[in-house]
Design a binder for this molecule. Structure first.
Ligand code: NAD
Length: 490
C-alpha cells in the first residue's frame, strides 16, 4: 500500500476522487499516490479563495496580524524542515544536503514577508486642488493562482505565497504533478498556523484537469507562474479571458564569463556550483561557460578534474553531491541533445553517459562539452540537467556579445579581478541577475527574475509585494461650498 496524499481545499483535506502515482527518481518506482484535481476541485478551491477574500476572519485581519500568521508559518516550516526536506528528496531526487539547507532558508522567506505585511502603505498626495484631500490605498489584488514546477517547489511557493498573503490576497497553489508531496505536506503547516479556511488552497494535477481551469478561472485576478516558456505561453493565452495580471519566472541559458585575470580555482568552484548542483536542474544553472582563450585549456582541465571527482549517489545520503534527474523523460531529452551536440562538432571532455553502477533511477553523469559554438544544440537550448557547454572568447566585447546571444536572460556570472571591467559587464549583460565573482546566491531581500524569454516580473524583495496589490485613489472634497459648474471636469 502506497501512502496517499490529499489536497487542501477550503480548510479541509478531502478524500481524493482520483489519484496518480508519484515515482521515486532514485529507483524509478512509484512510492506514493497523489490527489488528481479535477476542474470541479479547482473551481471549489478558487471559490473558497474568493469567499475568504471577503470573510471578516481574513478581510478584517489587520496587516500586523497577517504578518504574525506568516511568522507562525515560518516557525512551523523551520521546525519541520527536515521532514519536508525528506519528502522533497524522495519525490524529486534532489539531494538531501541541498533540500535541508534550502527548506531551512524557506522559513526566512516567510519571515521576511511576514515582516513586510504592515510596512506597505498608500500615500497622501499633494494634489493640485486646494479643496481636495487625496490618498491612495494599496488593496489586495484578489485571488492568486500560484503555479510552480517540480524543482524547489517549497522555495518557489514561498516567493509567491509570502507576498500574496502579506498583501491580504488569498491563494490557490498548484503543485507540479511530477513531485507534489512537499507542498501537500506543507498544507498541514498552513492549517496548523491558523490561516482561516480558503485563504490558502493547495491542489495538484495535470495541465488539462488542473492548470488550465485554474488560470482560466474568472475569479482569478493574478497568476504567479514558475516553469518553462512553452507552458508560460499557454498561461498567457488562458488568462486572455479573465485578464489576470501575470508574472512569469521561466527558464534560462545563463552565461558565466571567466576572464584570464580571475582566480581560476575559485571560479571553477562557482562554475561547478552553477551547473552541477541540483544536477543542473535549476533555472539559474550557469550552463554556458565563456572562457578567455588564453586560459581556456587550463580552466577546462581544472573543471574536468572537479567534475570527475563529483560523488554520485542516492539522494538520501548526505555525502552525495549529484543525484538522479527527476524524470526519465528529462534524461532521455538530455541524451538526445548531447548526442546532437557531439554530432555538430562539440567535443566531449567528461561525462556524456549514464554512470556505471546505477541500474535503477534516472542518473546522468556530470558532462562538459567544449569547442561549442552558439548554435550547437547544447549551447542554445535549456537542458535542465548537468551539462556544461564551453565556448572560448577573445576579449571583453566578444564575451559580452556571446553572453547576450540568447533569447533568455535570467542570470549571469562574471569572474574577473578587474573592477572596472566587472562594472562594464554589469551594465552590458542582458540578464535579470549578475553575480560577480560568485554564483547561485539568493536572498528574500533581493528581487529575482529575468529578461526576455526568462520571464516577466520579479519575485523577492519589497517590489514583489506591490504586484499583489492594486491601487485605489480616494478623493475627499473639503469645501462646504456647493459644487460649481457640473459640466466642467474639475
Ligand atoms: P513546466 O512548465 O512543465 O511546469 C510547471 C507547472 O506548470 C507545473 O505545475 C505544470 O503542471 C503546470 N502546467 C503545465 N501546463 C500548464 C497549463 N497549460 N496551464 C497551467 N499550468 C500548466 O515546468 P517543469 O518542467 O515542471 O519545470 C522546469 C522549468 O521551470 C524549466 O524551464 C525551469 O527553468 C523553470 N524554472 C524557472 C524558475 C525561475 O524562477 N525562473 C525556477 C525553477 C524552474
Amino acid at each position: 500500500m502506497l501512502p496517499t496524499f490529499r489536497a487542501y481545499i477550503d480548510g479541509a483535506f478531502p478524500e481524493p476522487a482520483a489519484t496518480f502515482e508519484s515515482l521515486d527518481p532514485a529507483t524509478g518506482r512509484p512510492w506514493a499516490r497523489m490527489p488528481a484535481a479535477s476542474p470541479a476541485d479547482v473551481d471549489a478551491a478558487v471559490r473558497a479563495a474568493d469567499r475568504a477574500l471577503r470573510d471578516p476572519a481574513w478581510a478584517d485581519l489587520v496587516p500586523t496580524r497577517r504578518g504574525a500568521l506568516l511568522m507562525r508559518l515560518a516557525d512551523l516550516v523551520a521546525a519541520r524542515a527536515s521532514y519536508l526536506a525528506g519528502l522533497e528528496t524522495r519525490d524529486t531526487g534532489k539531494i538531501i544536503r541541498e533540500t535541508r539547507s534550502q527548506i531551512g532558508y524557506v522559513a526566512e522567506y516567510y519571515r521576511y514577508f511576514g515582516g513586510l505585511a504592515d510596512k506597505l502603505h498608500g500615500a497622501h498626495l499633494p494634489v493640485d486642488k486646494p479643496d481636495m484631500e487625496v490618498f491612495t490605498r494599496r488593496e489586495p489584488i484578489g485571488v492568486v493562482a500560484a503555479i510552480v514546477p517540480w524543482n524547489s517547489s517549497l522555495f518557489l511557493s514561498a516567493v509567491k505565497l509570502g507576498p500574496a498573503l502579506a498583501a491580504g490576497c488569498t491563494v490557490v497553489l498548484k503543485a507540479s504533478e511530477e513531485a507534489p508531496a512537499p507542498l501537500l505536506a506543507f498544507a498541514e503547516l498552513v492549517h496548523e498556523a491558523g490561516f482561516p479556511p480558503g485563504v490558502v488552497n493547495i491542489v495538484t494535477g495535470d495541465a488539462a484537469g488542473c492548470g488550465a481551469p485554474l488560470t482560466r478561472h474568472p475569479l482569478v485576478a493574478r497568476v504567479a507562474f514558475t516553469g518553462g516558456p512553452g507552458t508560460a505561453r499557454h498561461i498567457v493565452h488562458n488568462t486572455a479571458d479573465n485578464l489576470a495580471a501575470t508574472s512569469l519566472e521561466l527558464g534560462g541559458k545563463s552565461p558565466v564569463l571567466v576572464f584570464a585575470d580571475a582566480d581560476l580555482e575559485s571560479a571553477a568552484n562557482a562554475v561547478v556550483a552553477g551547473i552541477f548542483a541540483a544536477a543542473g536542474q535549476s533555472c539559474v544553472a550557469g550552463s554556458r561557460l565563456l572562457v578567455e582563450r588564453r586560459v581556456h585549456d587550463r580552466f577546462v582541465a581544472i573543471l574536468a578534474e572537479k567534475a570527475r571527482a563529483i560523488r554520485l549517489g542516492v539522494p538520501e545520503d548526505p555525502e552525495t553531491e549529484v543525484g538522479p534527474l527527476a524524470t526519465a523523460r528529462q534524461r532521455a531529452h538530455i541524451e538526445t541533445v548531447v548526442e546532437a551536440s557531439l554530432a555538430a562538432g562539440g567535443r566531449l571532455v567528461v561525462g556524456g553517459a549514464r554512470p556505471e553502477g546505477f541500474s535503477e533511477g534516472f542518473y546522468y553523469l556530470p558532462t562538459i562539452i567544449a569547442d561549442a559554438r552558439p548554435d550547437t544544440p547544447c549551447a542554445a537550448e535549456e537542458l535542465f540537467g548537468p551539462v556544461l557547454t564551453v565556448i572560448p572568447f577573445e576579449g571583453e566585447d566578444e564575451a559580452v556579445a556571446l553572453a547576450n546571444d540568447s533569447p533568455f536572460g535570467l542570470a549571469s556570472g562574471v569572474f574577473t579581478a578587474n573592477l572596472t571591467r566587472a562594472h562594464r559587464c554589469i551594465r552590458r549583460l542582458r540578464a535579470g541577475i549578475v553575480w560577480v565573482n560568485t554564483y547561485r546566491a539568493i536572498s528574500p531581500i533581493v528581487p529575482f527574475g529575468g529578461f526576455g524569454l526568462s520571464g516577466l516580473g520579479r519575485e523577492g524583495g519589497l517590489e514583489s509585494m506591490l504586484d499583489y496589490t492594486r491601487t485605489k485613489s480616494v478623493w475627499i472634497r473639503t469645501s462646504d461650498d456647493p459644487i460649481p459648474d457640473p459640466f466642467v471636469m474639475r
